[in-house]
Ligand binder design. Structure first.
Ligand code: C2G
Length: 446
């Protein structure tokens, strides 16, 4: 029996895929089709698939050409599969001409003609997408636009900045159609808004955008009181709109896996979490301007609060803050949390520097995520017996904003299986911590 194998994502299965499968099947007696997992596609930079792996497998099955379907989850698997299944022919579309010649050592390699004029990319582009307006055109917005371009189902249609000259320059640079003169003009030209304006304006813009019927993705920090955060979520609910926080670490795949591993007992019971984020910043920067809600807490605290809340919950019994102040802002703050059965601490600084790592201590071992842990792509679980140590590696593609954008679009369109990587309660409690600090509760100045 002649065995043939082929691989693909098979997103939005189309005529080109069907032709390929038919031709591959005709090469032998038994066709094995390898369908890529969602994770493997993420790893090889395919961020924009619309169907999940189960949907894609089902679509391949329905063509009737596959005698056997397997999943492809790692680079190099093709060599293993060819040997494991005793494959005679590896077949793939001619867009890969030459690329898989290294498999000739293991079986015959056939490049089949690709069907011209149709592709998953083209079909994805034809799907009605979310029109996104950006408020604020600073450095985070500059990183956001290119990241949004690799996510399917979304396009930036407008931007707004009260400084019109900067707004126009930004739109020109990124090919954005409308440099809105007012926020209202922006709302009229989009379905959803990404708020990347200065911190102190987040609350008001979120409220106005929701009232205008727009979904909202707001940059961190969200707002500075838990009550305001709660009101904004209630407003979003009453309008049936999505309100999400653009917390890039929360949506980063490796961080998500770290949390699920630790919560399933990989290092025993968690007794302590420590994380720090410091970014030495020029004293004249807006980030250190008291009038603009600047300072280390407002700029950075939502990052270390994430692992603390994810691993220990949001019901702390006490927080003490130790802050080094200058010109009314904190150049550096250390916070120490007491929980019923654990402790946590974080250090944030714009005017002081320390190692930006994350350590989680447990009764059986500890997790170590080296700096910059907020862009997690690697971590280690370490134990008394070093032979038990494990290292975990993950891709962190580009600036890492694409993960939150992908989840936001999926939530807005209801098009994919997704769940909130950051709960409302966690977001509200992040605002509560900001409020405690701002009100001076247990704040010891240095
Ligand atoms: N294909 C085709 N004609 C098209 C589009 C795709 O013949 N118009 C073929 C591709 O050449 C490939 C298969 O259909 O052989 C699946 O294509 P994709 O879903 O785009 O998957 P791809 O990224 O090519 O998978 O391990 C994964 C493979 O290495 C490549």
């Amino acid at each position: 029996m002649k065995k043939v194998i082929t691989y693909g994502t098979f997103d939005l299965l189309h005529e080109g895929h069907v032709n390929l499968l038919r031709r591959a099947k005709a090469l032998g007696d038994w066709l094995i089709v390898g369908v890529t997992t969602d994770n493997f596609d993420l790893e090889r930079g395919k961020m924009n698939t619309c169907n999940n792996v189960m949907e894609r497998i089902e679509a391949v099955r329905k063509t009737g050409y596959a005698d056997q379907i397997i999943i492809e989850e790692y680079r190099g698997q093709k060599i293993d599969d060819i040997q494991r299944y005793g494959v005679d022919i590896f077949a793939i579309g001619s867009d890969w001409e030459g690329y898989f010649d290294y498999l000739k050592e293991f079986c015959e390699v056939v490049y089949l003609p690709r069907t011209e004029g149709i592709s998953s990319t083209q079909l994805r582009d034809e799907q009605p997408g979310v029109r996104l307006g950006i408020i604020g055109t600073g450095s985070i917005a500059e990183r956001f636009v290119p990241e949004s371009e690799v996510v399917s189902g979304v396009r930036v249609t407008a931007a707004y900045n009260p400084d019109q000259a900067r707004c126009k320059e930004f739109c020109k640079r990124f090919g954005i159609g409308l440099a809105a003169r007012t926020a209202e003009e922006l709302y009229a030209a989009c379905d959803a808004v990404y708020i990347a304006s200065p911190h102190y304006t987040h609350g008001a813009y979120t409220k106005a955008a929701l009232e205008a019927g727009k979904h909202v993705l707001c940059e961190t920090p969200f707002v500075f009181t838990g009550a305001e955060a709660g009101e904004l979520f209630a407003l979003a609910d009453s309008k049936g709109l999505t309100l999400m926080l653009a917390h890039k670490t929360a949506y980063c795949p490796a961080f998500g896996h770290l949390v699920t591993l630790l919560k399933s007992g990989a290092i025993g019971e968690i007794v302590d979490v420590n994380a720090s984020v410091t970014t030495l910043t020029d004293e004249s920067s807006e980030k250190l301007d008291v009038k603009l809600f600047g300072g280390s807490m407002s700029e950075n605290a939502c990052f270390p609060l994430l692992p603390i809340f994810k691993l220990l919950g949001t019901d702390w019994s006490n927080i003490n803050f130790y802050s080094k102040m200058k010109n009314g802002v904190d150049l550096y703050t250390k916070a120490v949390f007491r929980y019923a059965a654990a402790t946590a601490s974080f250090q944030v600084g714009l005017g002081a520097k320390t190692e930006g790592n994350l350590t989680v201590s447990g009764t059986k071992g500890y997790a170590y995520v080296p700096a910059p842990w907020w862009k997690t792509d690697y971590f280690e679980l370490r134990f008394e017996d070093q032979n038990q140590n494990k290292k975990f590696f993950y891709p962190f593609v580009g600036e890492g904003l694409r993960y939150e954008i992908k989840d936001f679009v999926a939530t807005v369109t209801g098009s994919a299986l997704t769940w909130s990587k950051l709960s409302r309660k966690e977001i509200v409690r992040m605002a509560d911590v900001q409020q405690l600090w701002l009100s001076g509760t247990n704040v010891f100045t240095l």
